[in-house]
Design a protein around this ligand. Structure first.
Ligand code: C2E
Ligand code: CA
Ligand code: CA
Length: 559
């Protein structure tokens, strides 16, 4: 008899009893997990007792303490038995022997029956019996052994009680940890580390009226929950806790980062709320000016989106999903096309065409920009070589160079290699470097740019006027061209005084022997003004949008 049939004939309660009686037979913890979205569809009593999870929660939150599925989740691929590390109850990491059996769930859902057969090891516990006790779900829920305050599971239970049963009150979950706690341990020894943890527990004790409100979750991570009316109430509480923490005889500067989760949906499991608060705290780790941050949904969405992009980027490069678009540049004096800028677009198989601003900033953070830029530069060189080979007179192409390369790449060597590989001369490439590059590491930058210039590449300062650089800053550096930022142009030429600023900037640049390009040229009025100001080159929608190679070649042949 199929499950669907059983479901039709029995009510939900009966169905649960029936499934329980089948799956609970040998008293192992068992879950049924949806293979598509990783959600727990069912779990037996033993699983509930050990993992404190609820149906509907994704398994990666329960077993891996993550907010997204692992790329290679063994659950979804495996059949048979496997030993893996997982997150156990009371925030303990354990190694368990799991069994995976693909099954069909109700409505013909593709699911997997996951059974924990045995715990083989537990991290951080010397007592051999702990594993067995854990497995039977019988570890007595004690307070944190080191500090005496609540531990993770007790905290979850306490917070859940308060939050679920006082629906008229607003609650926040706050977590915090000690910055560089590991180095403190390394430098001063574990016993000092322990003293700091105890000191923090005492600071919490001094601040809170009730012991139920705060806990040590694990290692150096603490949490508390509190009622609030305004966000300011939470910040004030944090400031007080920090003051209590600072007030110590330990002679060590204890810095802490706090993350705040405002409880809106009271059904979100408390451990997930803690995770979200922790995530918020991570956002300020590198910012010495901030000691706390709120978790917000937007941040979470962005992170999920970014994870998706990071997951796909290597495949995308291999599958040639990044496309070269070209936007023509025009000589304002004679109206001829005199070059083109190479801009990337990501032709994603599911998400469609993704614009660069959705992935370039992320790639600049994770370093992938090196691979993408080198790929685009190579596409540019390949294209010029193909034009030369087929008798088309080429125009120089400008490529974008992210600032990341200055510290992390050997630009002269990369371009030298490309020139050799495609048998090109360096005057065919213009290198666009953003204005913001001039702010950091000026000595190193000047060195790299001078070398490139000596080898014959044209250098163009992109987004000129968008930041703080001025002609006097760049006059010592070997650049040939400035490219005026679109916003600079827009803002300035909307007023008479602004027009004077732009035309004087252009004439000063020309006095310094710099060529001037205007980008984002959208209207005839723009063009007229730029011509009057003796700007050399213009690029923008007025002339042409960035386009794919085949379309660009039609423009090129008409040139
Ligand atoms: P950018 O280097 O300043 O490039 C010019 C941007 O202005 C392009 O946006 C272009 O499509 C847009 N644009 C051109 N004409 C007009 C106009 O008349 N009006 C308006 N409103 N916009 C115009 P896009 O292609 O979205 O690229 C955005 C930025 O992403 C680029 O700014 C560049 O900094 C970066 N980027 C794009 N591809 C790459 C790449 O392969 N590597 C690196 N490092 N950066 C890239
Ligand atoms: Ca550019
Ligand atoms: Ca630009």
């Amino acid at each position: 008899m199929s499950f669907t049939k059983i479901k039709n004939e029995l009510n939900t309660e009966d169905t649960k009893v029936l499934i329980d009686s089948i799956i609970n037979v040998d008293k192992k913890a068992a879950f049924v997990i949806d293979r598509e979205n990783f959600e727990v569809l069912y779990m037996n009593d033993n699983a509930e007792k050990i993992f404190h999870a609820t149906v509907g929660t994704p398994c990666y939150e329960i077993f891996c303490e993550k907010d997204h599925a692992c790329i290679d989740c063994p659950m979804m691929k495996m059949t048979g038995e496997i030993i893996i590390q997982h997150r156990h109850s009371s925030a303990i990491d354990a190694i368990g022997k799991w069994k995976f059996s693909p099954i069909r769930w109700f409505d013909n859902k593709d699911a997997i029956l996951v059974t924990l057969l045995e715990i083989v090891g537990v991290f951080g516990y010397e007592d051999d019996n702990t594993a067995a006790k854990l497995y039977s779900g019988n570890v007595e829920r004690q307070n944190d052994a080191l500090t005496g305050i609540l531990n993770y599971s007790k905290f979850c239970a306490s917070a859940e009680n308060a939050i679920r049963y006082n629906k008229d009150k607003n609650y926040a979950i706050v977590t915090f940890d000690i910055d560089k706690f590991k180095s403190i341990n390394d430098q001063y020894g574990m016993s000092v580390g322990d003293m700091i943890l105890k000191h923090i527990a005492n600071a919490l004790k001094a601040f809170f009226e009730y012991d139920e409100n705060y806990a040590r979750l694990h290692s150096d991570v603490f949490a508390f929950y509190m009622e609030y009316e305004k966000r300011g109430d939470i910040i004030r509480a944090i400031e007080k806790v920090r003051r209590h923490i600072a007030n110590s005889d330990l002679n060590i500067d204890i810095k802490t980062s706090f993350g705040i989760y405002l409880v809106e949906d009271r059904h979100v499991p408390i451990n997930l709320m803690c995770d979200r608060a922790k995530m918020a705290a991570l956002t300020i780790k590198k910012n010495v000016m901030k000691f706390c941050a709120f978790y917000d949904e937007q941040y979470h969405e962005n992170m999920v989106k970014e994870r998706g992009i990071e997951h796909d980027m290597n495949r995308a490069l291999q599958n040639h999903e990044f496309k070269m678009y070209l936007q023509p540049k025009y000589n304002l004096e004679n109206g001829n096309m005199c070059g083109a800028e190479v801009l990337s677009r990501w032709q994603h198989p599911e998400k469609g065409l993704i614009p660069p601003l959705d992935y370039i900033p992320l790639f600049e953070e994770n370093g992938f920009i090196i691979k993408l830029d080198e790929y685009m530069w190579e596409q540019a060189c390949k294209t010029i070589r193909a034009w030369l080979d087929s008798g088309i007179e080429p125009v120089p192409l400008s490529v974008n160079i992210s600032r990341y390369h200055i510290q992390h790449n050997d630009l002269p060597a990369v371009f030298e290699h490309l020139m050799k590989q495609y048998n090109l001369t360096s005057d065919m490439l213009t290198l666009e470097i953003t204005e913001s590059m001039f702010m950091n590491s000026p000595a190193k930058l000047a060195d790299v740019l001078n070398t490139l210039k000596d080898r014959g590449f044209k250098l163009e300062v992109d987004d000129f006027g968008s930041g703080f650089s001025s002609l006097s800053m760049i006059r010592h550096i070997a650049v040939d061209t400035i490219k005026m930022d679109k916003d600079f142009l827009d803002q300035e030429i909307s007023s008479e005084k602004g027009k004077i600023v732009v035309s004087h900037t252009i004439s000063m640049a020309k006095d310094l022997q710099l060529q001037v390009v205007a980008e984002g040229v959208e209207t005839g009025e723009h063009v007229e003004f730029l011509k009057q100001s003796h700007c050399d080159i213009a690029q923008g929608y007025y002339f042409a949008k960035p386009m794919a190679l085949d379309e660009f070649e039609k423009y090129l042949q008409k040139k």
